[in-house]
Design a protein around this ligand. Structure first.
Ligand code: AMP
Ligand code: MG
Length: 408
């Protein structure tokens, strides 16, 4: 019996959530993009640090405004000014600029556009409420508050917030070490001439490196290993000593030269092999020594789909990310018929677009064979077709999931 896709995914998520997380290291903020926080980050200061003006205009006391809507201007305050000795007599207002400190006693800042100024005085034209246009101390970030929780991927906005706090280094999990190799006698590295008339380029090895680089992993590249059980075992032993995770492509199916799964069984533990998904049926998951193992099928589309759907969440958990973000899926009508037979969950490649009526719809990119890379390359989403679903007719609703930045 094949595992359903959901059963396989749950097995991977549960197994990875019990793994030991990588050690912590301190990196500078400029090197922290996309790294995962190993501890909560506490704010050392309030942001804003002091009450300040949100507008260019005039600071007023409401009691003065009740006396007269026209007030003399007694002083001016600019961003960066020290106002500890500011002179602001009762019955006057202050000229104030955006970002300048608002002195104690000021009830509001009135924007310049709501005033009429002469050389001596300013007239306030609109209603003024207490607190207008004053940015309060700590209203963005409070001192001693958790600004970024543990286990978060540091995005540009998150790092920008840390910069406002003057934090210039952060504690993150060290990068996950991932060992990769491609199996197959037919494979030639993409920078070498093809060795004979049935040789092909090792595109999977190259693709895996790109995917892992985007996920911020440290790659241990073991290259191409021929279809030889001993050499595959040797490579797996080497990999398991150096890496947190081993990813291979090819050799996990039922052919006479498919040795990866048997090598895994001999050296470690196999959790499962084969999933009711298309593409990607032959997929082996297990453990060798302290390293988890994912054996991806060799067809390039299967390699990418299984990496995206199963290995990506595994890497997130092993890297210390929490909680895992859910894939955003939604229902749209299909603008084309979709070939499908009952028995496996399909991850077809589609184009999500807006039709002439302004409605979202999805269309197939064409031939869905696991060796057809061109139809992946044109797609912007997966069309997720349930295991028990049969062929789909134009106009029916289907579930789609837009590609994340990993595939762009
Ligand atoms: P396998 O899973 O080893 O049975 O391979 C399935 C198909 O994928 C075969 O046509 C292989 O030649 C092809 N293939 C296997 N590994 C790679 C690779 N690294 N790059 C490109 N194609 C591959
Ligand atoms: Mg092979």
């Amino acid at each position: 019996m094949l595992l359903t896709f959901e059963q396989a995914k749950q097995n991977i998520l549960q197994t990875s959530s019990t793994a030991t997380l990588p050690e912590h290291e301190t990196v500078s903020l400029t090197e922290a993009l996309d790294r995962i926080t190993a501890a909560p980050i506490i704010s050392p200061i309030n942001v804003p640090r002091f009450d300040n003006s949100a507008m260019d205009g005039y600071a007023v006391r409401l009691a003065d405004i009740e006396q007269s809507r026209t007030l003399p201007v007694s002083n001016a305050v600019f961003a960066g000014d020290d106002i500890s000795n500011l002179n602001w007599p009762i019955g006057s207002c202050l000229r104030i600029m955006t970002g300048a400190p608002v002195p104690d006693g000021a009830d509001a800042v009135v924007m310049q556009e709501h005033t009429q100024a002469t050389e001596q005085s300013v007239t306030f034209l609109k209603e003024i409420k207490a607190g207008d246009n004053i940015r309060r101390i700590g209203e963005d970030v409070k001192k001693d508050a958790i600004t970024v929780a543990k286990g978060q991927r540091l995005s540009i906005p998150a790092l920008s917030t840390l910069a406002t706090l003057g934090i210039h280094q952060v504690s993150v999990f060290r990068k996950l070490k991932v060992a990769i190799f491609s199996t197959g006698n037919e494979l030639t590295s993409i920078d070498k001439p093809l060795s004979n008339s049935s040789a092909i380029y090792d595109s999977n090895g190259f693709t895996l490196k790109l995917l892992l680089t985007k996920l911020n992993c440290q790659i241990v590249d073991l290259g191409i290993i021929p279809d030889n059980p001993n050499l595959i075992k040797q490579a797996l032993i080497t990999a398991s000593k150096q890496a947190d995770l081993i990813i291979t492509s090819g050799g996990v199916s039922v052919g006479d030269a498919d040795y990866t799964k048997t090598a895994l069984e001999a050296l470690g533990k196999i959790n499962f092999w084969k999933i009711a998904m298309k593409p990607g049926k032959p997929f082996a998951f297990g453990k060798i020594g302290n390293a988890l193992f994912c054996g991806l099928p060799g067809n390039p589309v299967s390699t990418m789909v299984t990496f995206y759907q199963l290995v990506q969440p595994l890497i997130s958990i092993l890297s210390g990310l929490e909680p895992l973000t859910m894939d955003l899926t939604f229902q749209v009508r299909t603008a084309t018929d979709l070939k499908k037979s009952v028995g496996r969950m399909d991850f077809q490649r589609g184009i999500l677009q807006v039709n002439a009526n302004g409605e979202l719809e999805v269309m197939s990119t064409g031939q869905q064979g696991s060796h057809i890379t061109q139809t992946f390359n044109k797609a912007n989403c997966f069309i997720l077709l349930e295991q028990e679903r049969d062929k789909v007719t134009k106009g029916e609703f289907v579930t789609v999931s837009l590609f994340s930045a990993l595939l762009k």
